[in-house]
Design a protein around this ligand. Structure first.
Ligand code: SF4
Length: 468
């Protein structure tokens, strides 16, 4: 059977303002995971529109499309195209789980929730000519999933081909997050077996790994065993954690020992009222600075995530948040405009208050204001968001933030990582064009290598030289 798997481009990825590198980081692991359930006789073509031109002139028997909110319209167009050609079309992913009725109009079958249990069932039914319209995941278990079909991934198209996911979901329940909608009706946080995760890591060439798990430190038992198992593997890796898990016990030390060199942390907001509004209880009352100092003392760089537009925000929130990030030496920052995704509690409460402005999913990209704001106007929010990115990534602020570390090596790594990521667009574009992105990996590995000892310079913080 000929099977086509497609990750359509997110709308923002095609905007003239997009940074192509941002969409050339990770391969479509979800589709490659589902591909592992197909028969060895199946002919599978996996295409990611972010990094290649789609071939839509083919004639597959079965088409599987992964739908996010900002590629939903594009996905539906592709689905309609292939159905017209006589292919059987399946849609799955976050947006389909949130709005199944909408997705159903463009598909022969849809998948609600994670696909590991439902996709093999579907394949069975499909081969017998008895596929159902809706498949709902109920059983949550990834202990015995087959190995991801990494052979279908075009490694040279990505900066981080060694991305990996060893768990599903997250133990928390923030109101703006997709997670609860996607995992409704069953467990919303579960992991692989540790030995299987370690085996998958061993399959990956080179040193660098990027864990795409929502919360790599989400369970003490699993994470401890994983990090213990990784010790001595000579890996450097990046992943995500909450403030809470960084402060608790000694898991973060174990992660550092195993090779954690950079972590994505959802600080989200500096306001307690905003944290309460978002049900982000795990951040409430936590000392952000203490978590940051702990990470820095372990030589771990930080990518801080922030949301603007919660109801307690005022017009000064942008400056305050940027200055706080710089003062605390965050290496990179990811800012978002609050976005009420359908299916989330945030969406429901805004809908109840008649605050949702429209359903143009293309604009639900965390860069546009799609709801009625409070505390600041939509224009202030939009401009403040642009200001935050511009200001945090100005050379002077990159320099200032780099100088917040106690060791010169950390300062240099910070400067190289932040500057390299944000300030060398032509180089990234060239590498993408020449399909040489993964040649940059050794450089990334070098930047992420361990900061050893207290090797230099400022016992006391130095004044910042002025850089424009
Ligand atoms: S901690 Fe992160 S992944 Fe977990 S529910 Fe909150 S926003 Fe979602």
């Amino acid at each position: 059977m000929k099977i086509k798997m497609i990750l359509p481009a997110l709308t923002e990825a095609k905007s003239p303002y997009w940074r192509p590198i941002k969409y050339s980081l990770f391969p479509p692991l979800g589709l490659a995971t589902l591909a592992a359930y197909c028969s060895p006789d199946d002919e599978i073509d996996l295409q990611d529109e972010h990094v290649e031109e789609l071939n839509i002139h083919d004639d597959p028997d079965l088409v599987i499309i992964q739908v996010y909110i900002t590629n939903a319209f594009r996905s539906y167009k592709l689905a309609d195209h292939y159905r017209k050609k006589g292919a059987y079309v399946c849609l799955g992913g976050l947006h389909v789980s949130s709005l199944p009725e909408e997705a159903k109009q463009h598909a022969d079958s849809i998948f609600i929730g994670p696909g590991e249990d439902t996709f093999p069932q579907f394949l069975d039914d499909f081969r017998k000519g008895a596929a159902r319209v809706v498949y709902v995941n109920g059983k949550r278990n990834i202990e015995d999933i087959p190995s991801i079909r990494r052979d279908l991934i075009k490694r040279d198209h990505y900066l981080v081909p060694n991305s990996i996911v060893v768990s599903r979901g997250c133990p928390h329940h923030c109101d703006f997050c997709y997670k609860d909608a996607f995992f409704e009706g069953g467990k919303s946080f579960y992991t692989q077996r540790v030995d299987a995760a370690l085996k998958e890591i061993e399959r990956l060439p080179g040193r660098h790994l990027y864990f795409l798990d929502d919360h790599l430190l989400g369970t003490q038992k699993f994470a401890t065993a994983l990090f213990d198992g990784m010790k001595g593997m000579n890996r450097v890796f990046q992943g995500a954690s909450t403030v809470d898990a960084i402060l608790r016990g000694n898991l973060i030390e174990k992660a550092a020992e195993a090779g954690l060199r950079s972590v994505f942390v959802g600080f989200e907001t500096l306001s307690n009222a905003n944290l309460s509004q978002s049900n982000k209880k795990q951040n409430l009352g936590r000392n952000y600075e203490e978590a940051i100092n702990r990470l820095h003392s372990l030589g771990i760089m930080i990518n801080g995530s922030f949301v603007f537009g919660l109801d307690d925000d005022d017009k000064d929130v942008f400056k305050r948040t940027v200055e706080w990030g710089v003062k605390n030496g965050l290496t990179t920052a990811t800012y978002h405009i609050l976005t009420p995704y359908p299916g989330t509690r945030l969406y429901q409460s805004m809908k109840d208050e008649a605050r949702i402005l429209h359903s143009n999913w293309d604009l639900y990209d965390t860069r546009n204001v799609v709801y009625q704001t409070k505390g600041l106007t939509a224009e202030q929010l939009r401009q403040g968001y642009d200001y935050a990115y511009r200001s945090f990534y100005s050379w002077s602020n990159i320099w200032k933030a780099s100088w917040q570390h106690g060791e010169l090596k950390h300062t240099i790594k910070h400067f190289a990582y932040a500057g390299g990521w944000k300030k060398f667009e032509p180089l990234w574009n060239f590498m993408i064009k020449t399909k040489g992105l993964n040649k940059m990996l050794p450089l990334l590995e070098a930047i992420l290598s361990k900061v050893k000892g207290k090797d230099i310079l400022h016992d006391q913080r130095q004044p910042f030289p002025a850089i424009a």
